[in-house]
Design a protein around this ligand. Structure first.
Ligand SMILES: Nc1ncnc2c1ncn2[C@@H]1O[C@H](COP(=O)(O)OP(=O)(O)O[C@H]2O[C@H](CO)[C@@H](O)[C@H](O)[C@H]2O)[C@@H](O)[C@H]1O
Length: 227
């Protein structure tokens, strides 16, 4: 696992020092969250009453961004609390007490490689939300009309299941108007990978610290553009 992750990091040319996370601790969820709602879901199937504990989450859009000037796919890297938490906790369902030992669990464990993405949390079309994320996170000025639908699917199926919409969007260097990096307190690193690098990823990466959407998107790209 360590070798596979290291090789992806090695590919990321713009990799720089990971943000300065100095303290991590976990607390119980406050009564109301803007981002998730746990509940018990009940139903009767074949005459038998069943119960499932589910977490309602927001839908999201993602953009598979291709820079045709440089023949590269554009990704982002960022610290993901949920990924870090998952890696740190393993298979334990409990809230850990006290501060997390950062020597034992370095923040790097929560840094993912992913497509530019955003929550569907405003009254705009999915294409417009995707357009905004491309500008904010990756620094490219694109039209909402240039978003091409790739797939609509679900982010999970067991406990939480948000709707995911993956778009494809082509850009060129002239559309790069800023460094990107996110807005407000987001710390997002823009990373470009060549076609050969993403091919190597899907061929040889046996373990990946992130979402399968990255593989779904890369495989779609390779299948459709005959690379
Ligand atoms: N759980 C949470 N708790 C507290 N604050 C939160 C939060 N989620 C988001 N936020 C806040 O909302 C801001 C905007 O989030 P985004 O719309 O960029 O979604 P994000 O990229 O985090 O996840 C998008 O991309 C990933 C990767 O594809 C999808 O898994 C995800 O569903 C989609 O929203 C974050 O910077 C943060 O301040």
């Amino acid at each position: 696992m360590r070798r596979a992750l290291t090789s992806i990091r090695g590919m990321c040319k713009s990799h720089k020092a990971i943000r300065d996370i100095t303290k991590i601790w976990v607390s119980p969820l406050p009564p109301k969250s803007k981002y998730l709602l746990p509940c018990r879901f009940n139903y009767i199937e074949n005459g038998r009453e069943k119960h499932r504990d589910v977490v309602q989450i927001k839908d999201a859009v993602m953009v598979l961004l291709y820079n045709k000037s440089r023949n590269k796919l554009v990704f982002v890297r960022q610290f993901r609390a949920a990924v870090y938490h998952g890696v740190m906790m393993g298979n334990n369902l409990k809230v850990p007490e006290g501060e997390v030992d950062l020597q034992k669990y370095p923040p790097e464990l929560g840094v993912t490689l992913e497509f530019c993405a955003g929550l569907v949390d405003k009254d705009k079309s999915l294409e417009e939300i995707a357009q905004e994320e491309v500008l904010e996170e990756c620094g490219y000025n694109v039209d909402a009309a240039s978003m091409q639908l790739v797939y609509k699917y679900r982010s999970g199926i067991g406990t939480s299941s948000g709707g995911l919409v993956l778009f494809y969007c082509e850009v060129c260097d002239e559309q790069k108007v800023s460094q990107g990096g996110g807005i407000n307190d987001e710390l997002i690193e823009v990373v470009e990978l060549s076609i050969n690098q993403v091919k190597q990823m899907v061929k040889t990466c046996s373990s990946f610290n992130g979402s399968p959407s990255v593989f779904v998107g890369i495989l779609w790209f390779l299948a459709n553009f005959n690379c």
